[in-house]
Design a protein around this ligand. Structure first.
Ligand SMILES: [Zn+2]
Length: 246
């Protein structure tokens, strides 16, 4: 079991970093968080077998988190997947994801495996998945569109993932006592977080470690790390694509 960062960039990827996404592995099964870029490529680079995918969680409807879903499903279908896949996220994301797939006439893909849609209410503590010794709990955070952050309780420890958000009390509550907080650090923009803000959430939630993701390409990462450290006394890392966090 474990948790990896597949991608760590913000809305603009660069040669080192693809769109932010994470994967949980448990008993040979995988749950993918976010589907920007090419999830199959990223899973393959990390050495995880995409055929073990059980479900996909989509935090919100922005394209850097959602646009790779059709090629993910097409790839799994072409590789002969038969068992169902669940897709979870806010209701408006489920609607857009279906519309995106309809654009590619996915209903006509012969022998396509079943997809179970799981709209998750925008409520603190909504359960996304609880099986095989893991629990994924969501909470709404503060972004320009409806967005769910995630708390991931695994045998290895507890991780919280902010998705895209401004620093907010809901994220502090969701991340309370986590071993690692994976927080966006886009900068001082509405609905986003500067590094000091990520440090504040980490400090107030009492987490052990902070990993910054969704960092713009033009940023000096040492400076970003140092700014988070002015607020949070624990270890601060800049997320790297392929990095194992738990
Ligand atoms: Zn966004």
């Amino acid at each position: 079991m474990g948790l990896w960062l597949l991608g760590t960039s913000g809305a603009v990827p660069d040669p080192q970093r693809d769109y932010v996404s994470l994967v949980v592995e448990y008993a040979g099964r995988l749950i993918l968080m976010e589907a920007g870029g090419s999830p199959l490529h990223r899973l393959g680079r990390t050495g995880l077998d995409p055929m073990g995918l059980e479900g996909v969680f989509l935090s919100h409807r922005h394209p850097d988190h959602l646009s790779g879903l059709p090629v993910l499903l097409m790839g799994l279908w072409l590789r002969g997947r038969a068992h169902p896949l669940w897709i979870a996220g806010p209701e408006d994301v489920m609607e857009r994801a279906r519309a995106l797939l309809e654009l590619f006439e996915w209903q006509s893909w012969h022998g396509m495996f079943p997809v179970n849609w799981r709209p998750i209410p925008l409520e603190h503590g909504a359960v996304v998945e609880a099986a095989g010794g893991i629990r994924l709990i969501a909470a709404p955070v503060s972004h320009s569109v409806p967005t769910l952050a995630l708390r991931m309780e695994l045998p290895e420890g507890v991780a919280a993932y902010s998705a895209d958000t401004a620093p907010c009390p809901e994220m502090i509550q969701l991340a309370r006592g986590a071993d690692v907080l994976i927080h966006e650090a886009t900068g001082s923009y509405p609905g986003h977080t500067p590094p000091e803000g990520a440090g504040w959430v980490a400090r107030e939630a009492g987490v052990q470690r902070l990993v910054l993701v969704h960092v713009p390409p033009e940023v000096n990462v040492e400076e970003w790390q140092a700014r988070a450290r002015t607020v949070f006394a624990g270890p601060v890392e800049i997320g790297r694509d392929g990095m194992r966090v738990l």
